[in-house]
Design a protein around this ligand. Structure first.
Ligand SMILES: NC(=O)c1ccc[n+]([C@@H]2O[C@H](COP(=O)([O-])OP(=O)(O)OC[C@H]3O[C@@H](n4cnc5c(N)ncnc54)[C@H](OP(=O)(O)O)[C@@H]3O)[C@@H](O)[C@H]2O)c1
Length: 341
């Protein structure tokens, strides 16, 4: 199998390459693509060095699979070209997620949606991804009427430049130097919390990230009758998103039943012993693929509502790992190459 990794030098792309190596992904050849700036650079891929290539009509021929993480504009232009040239694209950007003929898939929650792909499969937004990992099993067991979620999102969710910005600002604050002007976020992120993730578009008072969380959750769960309300905040954490979710079920579900249910769910680990200081923190998600859930408790204001604290690694399960898992499923189910719909 020939695999293209588009955006291979970025935060997600480099994690995709790492996850492929860890999982011994069945690729005969891996070609990393990035911008002209990185073309010619070499990337260590375990037993071999890979040379970064710039995108061109000639260079994209002959791939079975293309894993994209180079932003929406690149996906808009190049994902259809890769698909036309015979590859199945798994795209991390938001470009294709809400298109009717593009499945939006979390490997443990709605893997059968892959069967309907027509050349492009979308990987959900990282905050949505970790939240539906917990919501999926609850929906199956007790139904869901409404979800109110608030996120506390790490800067690596914005990419490498944001990681560098937090480093620079934190150093300046600690060394009592003048702060460099923010270039990635609208305000200082070091030692601050910003109630804005992405942008406010067309006079909307929800951000684009909040809209994604609401729409993508409904699409993945296959239910547009579930009310979803989201508030997304950026926090000065390098990696690991946290979500506080208030979940109103259709049928009664006790905190203990929920703990048991999620404890048995694939890809989810319950850490929930608050009396002993045990609950998931963003740092706990470092290097991990499983989504961590704790603080499972009854909402005292509603007998069919539970509160959950959900932590996920935005670069791994929130992006790279799910993309590689989808690629594995496409391969195993014979949905690559000529077999595609
Ligand atoms: N970070 C996350 O947690 C996360 C989670 C889910 C989804 N996503 C999505 O994944 C995508 C990438 O995010 P990221 O955080 O990895 O961003 P990033 O660190 O800024 O990386 C961007 C990548 O795109 C490449 N690129 C830029 N312009 C290009 C061009 N003209 N042609 C080819 N490649 C080009 C860059 O190559 P150069 O190095 O050559 O500039 C780099 O490899 C975004 O759509 C983002 O929304 C990110």
């Amino acid at each position: 199998m020939r695999v293209a990794v588009v955006g291979a030098t970025g935060a997600v792309g480099s994690t995709i390459l790492g996850v492929m190596r860890e999982r011994a992904f069945a690729a005969d050849e891996v070609v990393p693509f990035a911008s002209d700036r990185s073309a010619g650079r070499t990337i260590d891929y375990g037993d071999r060095d890979l040379t970064v290539v710039a995108l061109s009509d000639e260079a994209i021929a002959g791939f079975d699979l293309a894993l994209f993480s180079a932003g929406s504009a690149i996906s808009a232009e190049w994902a259809p070209k890769f698909a036309d040239a015979g590859a199945v694209v798994v795209d991390n950007s938001s470009q294709w997620r809400m298109h009717d003929d593009v499945p939006l898939v979390v490997s443990e929650v709605n893997p059968d949606a892959l069967d309907r792909h027509r050349g492009i499969v979308a990987n959900p937004n990282c905050t949505t991804m970790q939240t539906v990992m917990a919501l999926g099993p609850i929906l199956q067991a007790a139904g869901i009427e409404r979800v109110v979620m608030s996120s506390y999102q790490a800067v690596s969710g914005t990419g490498q430049r944001a990681v560098e910005e937090l480093h620079r600002q934190a150093e300046a604050v600690i060394e009592a130097q003048e702060l460099p002007a923010p270039t990635v976020y609208p305000h200082q992120i070091a030692f601050n919390v910003l109630p804005q993730v992405e942008t406010f578009k067309d006079g909307d008072d929800y951000t684009t990230e909040e809209r994604k969380c609401m729409r993508e959750t409904s699409k993945i769960l296959g239910r547009d009758d579930i009310g979803v309300s989201a508030t997304c905040a950026r926090v000065p954490v390098f990696t690991g998103h946290s979500v506080s979710a208030n979940v109103q079920t259709r049928d009664p579900l006790s905190p203990d039943e929920c703990r048991q249910l999620l404890g048995g769910a694939p890809g989810v680990t319950v850490i929930d012993d608050p009396a002993n200081g045990l609950y998931p923190t963003a740092l706990d998600a470092a290097g991990r693929d499983d989504v961590l859930v704790g603080r499972i408790r009854r909402d005292p204001s509603h007998e069919r509502c539970l509160n959950l604290w959900i932590v996920g690694n935005n670069l791994r399960k929130g992006a790279a790992t799910n993309a590689v898992q989808l690629a594995e499923l496409l391969h195993v189910r014979g949905l690559l190459g000529a077999a595609r719909a």
